[in-house]
Every structure is written in C-alpha cells, then in structure tokens.
Write a protein that binds this ligand. Structure first.
Ligand SMILES: Nc1nc2c(ncn2[C@@H]2O[C@H](COP(=O)(O)OP(=O)(O)OP(=O)(O)O)[C@@H](O)[C@H]2O)c(=O)[nH]1
Length: 229
C-alpha cells in the first residue's frame, strides 16, 4: 500500500509567491493531493455530494455529468495542508466509456454511491466494484460505501441493515447521508474528512513545508470546479 501511495503521490504548487527575509522568491508551498473517485449509477447524487463537500452547499441545479468533473478543497489535517481532489464521474455509460481509464489513474480512495430511494442503484454496486477491481492495481486502496438522499425518508427502499450486510461483505464502512440536508444522518463533511484522515495515516509526512516565517504574497482564489481537459 505504502509504495502504491508513494508512486501516485502528486505535488501541488500553490499559486502564491512565498518570500522569506531577503532571499526573494522561494519555491512555493507544496501540499499533498489525495485523489478520490466517486462512482455509482446516474442520478444517485455524486455531483451533489462532491459539491456539498467542496463548495459547502447543495447545488441549485445539476445536469448529468459528461466524462468527469473534478472539485478540490484544501483542508488542514494535524497541521498539514492537504488537497482533497474529488473526481465526480459520469454514471451514464454513454458519458463515461472513453474516460474510464483516466478516472482510475493514481487513485488514493474510492467512494461508491447508491441512492437509498432507488433499489436498482444499490443492485448496481457489484458491477461498480467489479469495474473498480479491473482498473485498480492495488486491492487495498481505501473504499467506502455511501447511501445518499436520506432526507427522503418516506421513499427509502434500501434498508440500513441490508446495506450494512453488503458493506461488511465487501469490507467497506457504510455511511448514510444527504447531500441536500446536512442535518440528516452522517455529515458529508465528516465522511470525506474521515477518509482524508485515513489516507493521511497511511503515509508519513514526506514533503518539505515552507519556512515558518515565510509570507505568502497575493494568494489567488481557486475556483471550486476545475476541469483537467
Ligand atoms: N432529495 C435529495 N435529492 C438529491 C440529493 N442528492 C442529489 N439529489 C438530486 O438527485 C438528482 C441527481 O443528482 P446528481 O448529483 O446530478 O447525480 P449524479 O449521480 O451526479 O448523476 P450523473 O452525473 O448522471 O452520474 C438531482 O436532481 C439532485 O438535485 C439528496 O441528498 N437529496
């Protein structure tokens, strides 16, 4: 696991110019990036979950994802700045075919999503797990299972105990949540932060940090939504 994580470690150069004392412009701050892919049937709420975590709210409207979107958020974990990069993949087969191999390159963790109000999306999970198995080299990459749309209580079709059994069988933790209502069940924030903590604990800090007395000039805001085209 450690070697896989290491080989896929990416270094992000921040947009800031960092100066310290009279030494002028030093190499900018570096931070680790954890690439997490989010997969599952179309319409289960993958875009809304990633948006909720990265933008802090439910999107006004969404359209079917074509290919892949990625969203990024920098977090501080035990004093280390880490970028969590969420790859929101298309659930519809026709929008994902040509992109699939890109999703899985250098992945650190996988989030499988189903819709608690849609039994078919739960029954699709073995196919998603199989696709993942075929593309990932390391079998021990952290994976979690997320049942979304828990706010729609009266429409629930997938009972928690059934989902828990499935999660146990596949050695994954189960979270039930709502991208729409942050007060329902597990918090989206907590789910991704738990995963980030897990990823961080897999690998000791290896990259150099900027000097403590450094000053960051002109930090540029980064858009929540970016595309690697
Ligand atoms: N009630 C409720 N609706 C949700 C929730 N999350 C997503 N939705 C709705 O479900 C629909 C699909 O959401 P998306 O996030 O676009 O689904 P997706 O899985 O990204 O779909 P694809 O891009 O086609 O793969 C939208 O109408 C959302 O508003 C939720 O937690 N609760």
């Amino acid at each position: 696991m450690a070697s896989e994580m290491e080989s896929s470690l990416e270094v992000s150069l921040s947009n800031s110019c960092v100066v310290s004392g009279a030494s002028g412009c030093l190499p900018p701050a570096r931070s680790r990036i954890f690439k997490i892919i989010v997969i599952g049937d179309s319409n289960v709420g993958k875009t809304c979950l990633t948006y909720r975590f990265c933008a802090g709210r439910f999107p006004d409207r969404t359209e079917a994802t074509i290919g892949v979107d990625f969203r990024e958020r920098a977090v501080d974990i035990d004093g280390e700045r880490i970028k969590i990069q969420l790859w929101d993949t298309a659930g519809q087969e026709r929008f994902r075919k040509s992109m699939v191999q890109h999703y899985y390159r250098n992945v650190h963790a996988v989030v499988f999503v189903y819709d608690v109000t849609n039994m078919a999306s739960f029954h699709s999970l073995p196919a998603w797990i199989e696709e993942c198995k075929q593309h990932l080299l390391a079998g021990d990459i952290p994976r979690i299972l997320v049942g979304n749309k828990c706010d729609l209580r009266s429409a629930v079709q997938v009972p928690t105990d059934l989902a828990q059994k499935f999660a146990d069988t596949h050695s994954m933790p189960l979270f039930e949540t709502s991208a729409k209502n942050p007060h329902d069940n597990d918090h989206v924030e907590a789910i991704f932060m738990t995963l980030a903590h897990k990823l961080k604990s897999h690998k000791p800090l290896m990259l150099s940090q900027p000097p403590e007395d450094s000053v960051a000039l002109k930090p540029e805001a980064r858009p929540a939504l970016q595309c690697w085209c």
